[in-house]
Design a binder for this molecule. Structure first.
Ligand SMILES: Cc1cc2nc3c(=O)[nH]c(=O)nc-3n(C[C@H](O)[C@H](O)[C@H](O)COP(=O)(O)OP(=O)(O)OC[C@H]3O[C@@H](n4cnc5c(N)ncnc54)[C@H](O)[C@@H]3O)c2cc1C
Length: 350
């Protein structure tokens, strides 16, 4: 069955959801088609056994991220500084003791969202019309039909709209969606060369019943050039009632099983922080290479390559097709801020 909406938004991450929110304020009708079984994309907060909110995706932001801060204020979502008091550790060589350092208090703080980054997604979803946001709708085709656009999904769905905004990573546009007529050649080449921020990253989270590191004067912050943990931070909740760590594993960790990764992570922590680290309430990690972020072959030479490229700001199909999503933003591309800026930018075109 064909349904008509003014704007069809492809992708239900922060960019697609905030675009729908901005359009709803302008009384423009929209429909979000999201391929996966959840909203949020690269934002994914999970709950540990002790119900600690733990971030497998986006976590931090700063005062520089004014669009994000503005949206959080508007939606009445709180923020709090990342804990960094006490001794932080830097491991340069496996056979030498780690170096200790203190993060200066004057530095611009990193913030986290009270209750977890998913709060932002849940709040936005709650403000949108439930009939206008759909999960499990992977877009596979976009066809220009006169002054309309026809969108097809992998499950055989067909939708008609006046405009289409793609908020999925540009590489996925190229690998997943068939355009009729085809996009210009220069655009197809460009799309496959736009770096997808955090594709391939491995984020881990750990939950503990007690903040044993804080009690021993440690910040929980760790940087390492030799262990499986490359970066780690305290992951205590806003209320300071749930405790843990989060961080990134080194790239090579993707070749191990999750059980082996957990074993190596705990081994590194026990060596640095003692036996109390050996028994977490839960451990999870996520390798960001699934079909919702990865086109399978990155021909990328540098971080943020071709992010914010001018061709991503032009319209196609005679003013009916637009690009959004964090990779299209000229400022803070790759970050949550870029996702919101891209949505604001596109919303001003309608
Ligand atoms: C591990 C990790 C850590 C991060 N840390 C931070 C951080 O600390 N601070 C920060 O600011 N940012 C961070 N980021 C980046 C931040 O998550 C992103 O900038 C932001 O969430 C991107 O939002 P988006 O809507 O542009 O894209 P996405 O979140 O990628 O949303 C795109 C959506 O499109 C869907 N989709 C894909 N293909 C299709 C299709 N064919 N049809 C329909 N839907 C489709 C996807 O399932 C997804 O939901 C991190 C990201 C990761 C992965």
């Amino acid at each position: 069955m064909e349904k008509h909406k003014q704007v069809m938004i492809i992708g239900g991450g922060l960019s697609g959801l905030s675009l729908a929110y901005f359009l709803s304020k302008k009384k423009i009708s929209y429909q979000i088609l999201e391929a996966s079984s959840r909203f949020g994309g690269r934002i994914q907060t999970i709950s540990g056994k002790l119900e600690t909110p733990m971030e497998l995706g986006a976590t931090w932001f700063s005062d520089l991220h004014q669009a994000l801060m503005g949206l959080l204020d508007e939606l009445e979502i709180g923020k709090y500084p990342q804990y960094s008091k006490g001794i932080s550790l830097f491991q340069t060589k496996s056979f030498e003791p780690p170096q200790s350092f203190n993060v200066p208090e004057s530095e611009t703080p990193s913030y986290r969202i009270v209750g977890g980054t998913q709060q932002l997604i849940q709040k936005l979803v709650g403000l949108l019309d439930p009939k206008s946001i759909q999960l499990n709708k992977k877009v596979t085709g976009i066809e220009e039909l006169g002054d309309k656009m026809r969108i097809s999904t992998a499950d055989g769905g067909l939708y008609v709209s006046s405009k289409v905004v793609l908020t999925i990573p540009p590489q996925l546009v190229n690998s997943q969606i068939q355009f009729t007529p085809d996009l210009p050649d220069h655009m197809k080449q460009l799309l496959s060369s736009v770096q997808t921020w955090m594709e391939g990253a491995i984020k881990f989270v750990l939950e503990y019943p007690e903040p044993f590191w804080r009690e021993s004067g440690y910040s929980g912050m760790l940087y390492s050039h030799c262990g499986i943990i490359a970066e780690m931070y305290d992951h205590t909740n806003f209320e300071e009632s749930k405790f843990g760590f989060t961080g990134f594993l080194s790239g090579g960790a993707a070749s191990y099983s999750q059980e082996t990764r957990k074993e190596f992570v705990l081994g590194q922590l026990v060596e640095l922080m003692g036996e109390k680290a050996s028994n977490p309430s839960s451990y999870s990690d996520k390798i960001w290479t699934d079909e919702f972020i990865s086109a399978g072959s990155q021909l990328i030479q540098r971080p943020h390559q071709n992010n914010g490229h001018p061709s991503l700001h032009e319209s196609y199909c005679k003013g009916k097709l637009f690009f959004g999503g964090t990779e299209t933003s000229t400022e803070y591309s790759g970050y949550m801020e870029g996702a919101i800026l891209s949505a604001l930018n596109v919303s001003q075109k309608f």
